[in-house]
Design a protein around this ligand. Structure first.
Ligand code: GTP
Ligand code: MG
Length: 331
């Protein structure tokens, strides 16, 4: 892969991406994903075009039906004439692409549609992981003119929470009989879900799962109402689907639209996006700071200061002050 050096190249890539050229979009994502030399230029060229896409995160246990649901949502968006980006992030896999082959197969319906961009990303061992690479890829899809971006992440551990910080709306999928209801409560999923989907409703136990979830939501709301100053809050709806047969997708689309309207009316969309931008800037600044700390040599290096602190020759606060002084001087 050759590095993009001249600003003209990046500019024309962005133009082509905005014109709907999937290869240009793929190239831009690779540039940001690999943290290439062109990263800054890409970010600068994209900035004026960003802030339009509605980012919907989909998360849940492996095999719950995220990709199938994503595919049906793509269809629904295309039927409305919207341009759609799909980003499938696998936080557990170090392999880009191959690990998500199943998704690729399911997404084949859309392979020849120029209004749909699909990209898989593996983020384990990747610089800052999901937290670093995903926002950059989201920016590309947003800047390329996607009206909607669907962000699929397998719900393992922290992934739900991370996906929630990156999306405007977070959809948590569950399936009957997986003990997910109880897990949901444990993992704090109730806090991050804006919309619940009980998929595989063709299986036994779907109604019980829906009831359990509604019960938990109601309980949480009752506790919260005790606090008279609590601001109005969105009540996450529970939607039953059979994604495999596109059943219930209209209800899901409607729930997403309602959440979007609610957020806009309550200033929540702006608040979330502002928070997201802050975290993004902070992450980049901290990474730069860390790199500079690592570059320091001699008596003022972290190693040297560590030795002094270990020997009791200085205290860790004084040492940290010294370290920061050098970095800011150098900057
Ligand atoms: N019975 C039933 N099976 C479904 C339904 N939706 C999806 N499936 C099947 O469940 C399996 C997993 O679906 P995916 O959409 O790949 O699930 P996923 O959550 O994306 O899976 P990972 O990305 O591997 O975590 C596939 O074999 C689907 O055909 C449904 O509504 N009912
Ligand atoms: Mg999947």
């Amino acid at each position: 892969m050759t590095a993009v050096r001249a600003g003209r190249d990046v500019g024309s890539l962005v133009d082509r991406a905005r014109g709907g050229d999937p290869r240009a979009v793929a190239r831009l994502i690779s540039l940001v994903e690999d943290a290439s030399d062109g990263l800054r230029e890409v970010a600068a060229a994209l900035a004026p075009h960003t802030g339009r896409a509605y980012v919907i995160g989909l998360t849940g246990s492996p095999g719950v039906g995220k990709s199938t649901t994503t595919s049906t949502l793509v269809k629904a968006c295309r039927a409305q004439g919207k341009r759609v980006g799909v980003l499938a992030v696998d936080p557990s896999s170090p392999f880009s692409g191959g690990a998500l082959l199943g998704d690729r197969v399911r997404m084949q319906d859309h392979a020849t549609d120029s209004g749909v961009f699909i990209r898989s990303m593996a983020t384990r061992g990747h610089l800052g992981g999901v937290a670093w690479a995903t926002p950059q890829a989201l920016r590309v899809l947003d800047g390329a003119g996607c009206d909607v971006v669907l962000l699929e992440t397998v719900g393992v551990g922290q992934a739900e929470v991370e996906v929630a910080t990156l999306a405007d709306t977070t959809v948590v999928l569950l399936a009957p009989g997986m003990g997910d209801g109880i897990q949901a409560a444990k993992a704090g999923i109730l806090e991050v879900a804006d919309v619940f989907v009980v998929n595989k409703a063709d299986r036994d136990g779907a109604d019980a799962t829906v009831r359990d979830l509604r019960g938990m939501i109601a309980l949480g709301e009752r506790d919260r109402r005790r606090d008279a100053d609590a601001p109005p809050r969105w009540q996450p709806p529970v939607v039953k689907t059979v994604a495999m047969r596109s059943e219930g997708v209209d209800d899901l689309v409607e729930a997403l639209e309602r959440h979007h309207v609610w957020m806009t009316e309550h200033g929540e969309l702006d608040r979330r996006r502002h928070e997201r931008a802050c975290r993004e800037v902070e992450a980049i600044a901290l990474a730069a700071l860390r790199a500079r700390l690592g570059d320091l040599g001699g008596r003022g290096s972290l190693e040297a200061l560590g030795s002094k602190v270990a020997a009791g020759a200085t205290d860790p606060y004084a040492a940290a002050d010294l370290l920061l002084e050098q970095v800011t001087d150098a900057g």
